[in-house]
Design a protein. Sequence first.
Length: 521
Amino acid sequence: MELFLRAYTLLNKLVNFLLTPFLILIFDFNKSKTESLPNIDNPILEICAVDLAEKIRNKEISSEKVVYEYINRIKKIEPFINAVIEDRFEDAINDAKRADKVIAETSPIYVVRNFPLLGVPFTVKESIGLKGCSYVGGSIARIGTKATRDAVVVQKLKSAGAIPLLVSNTPEYCTSWECNNLVFGRTLNPYNSGRTSGGSSGGEGALNGAGATVFGIGSDVAGSIRVPSMFNGIFGHKPTAGLVSLDSHFPSSSDKNFNNYLTIGPMCRYAKDLPTLMYLMAEEEFQPLLRLDQPLHTKDIKIYYLTSAGFSFCLWNVEHSIQVKLLEAVSHFKSNGLHCEQGDFFCDLTETLEISIATFFDMEDIPDLLSNTKMSKPKDLLSELGKSIIGRSEYSFYGLFFRALHATKNILIRPSKKDYYINRGIELKQKMLDKLGTDGVLFYPTFPQAAMRHCESPTKMSGVMYTMFFNLMGFPSTHVPMGKDANGLPIGFQVIAAPYQDRNCFAIARELEAAFGGWKL
């Protein structure tokens, strides 16, 4: 345990205690937008992607109709959540017309074999290249930047017949759990406008949670798919490291480890879609390892569970409602005869905060927004932090906060202890691999609390320990929505498996959706 790091996280909690009354005054008494969020008034908007694709190719409904309905839904809810950066609605309608023409001229068998998602619309996180659309990354220095080509993962989905509608908001350089930047503003949570939609895939989280997209593509280096999935009440999957191409993702790094830590994955409202989306998004060489086309029964899966990383005065406790839902899920599987076992054998996980910071900041070439060559002159971190507090900086406070953490890495983690924590991570990974094997999953909190108020995330930095560790170790993880807390905010937990056992996560997610209801707006 690093005393300075723990003192810093304790200071975070103190600052949060002092700040909370002001945040309540600012955000908790401004809920009129949330209360008037339009209801979903068309059943088309409540059909999962794979079922929608089937209805389209069987001519039960046209792709053009589906695309129109989603465009209308986006237009209705966008004033309430501010998630859209740039749309391609006109081109999407033309794509839908072409899809309907293909369906009219061919058989359903031909379509399902060659274009399994033909005519189904989807959305894309702006950090993932969609040709001709904004590619700014929330940075003033990049205003006007457009993606010159589709990212490989976008190409794969388009080749399967899916139709991109838009690119969605992110924090600056994807460096925050709050989706807010100085170019496009703040994305609001569809369940409560005073709460964040999360980050960095917060635009995708809000659109999915509001029922305004069939599915989305997000990216995750420290929880950036799973945290917004929790805050917006949807499913979000961080795949096994390396499964999905990171081509045309901004920001990027030349460090080989970055390509293992960062993953691109699906975000959606229905668990049924996860296997198909993962199969289509994964690189061909990995598809046989995933065995997504082979039958899997939940009765053959072993459940291990932990309701928290362990107690510490310095860390945020996991909310009681989240722990209760996790244990209810365990009870559900135990009553159905599955092997369920508390995961204390993993040892105390409170050190995963130190492990995560030591391992991540050991990388070279971590993206640095202050080094952007388009700025007029080099910027000083401390002065920019001060200016950002009073709204005078060209950078967001959240991006600068991440840069400050990087700059103080040798204080947070003593250099003499860095290798110790990195090796502890390797040891813990091996313990988990040995126990999970090919047929086990771990139930574990995604984040200690439901969606935070806006401006609160810097004081809850230690929550990164619940998600980031599994990026660094390469494990797949699916966030599963499990209803709402007493404040009406979505809650849930993550289901973690050993590398290439993503399908275990999907099988459990599907069962939990059936038992507890899944996404509910």
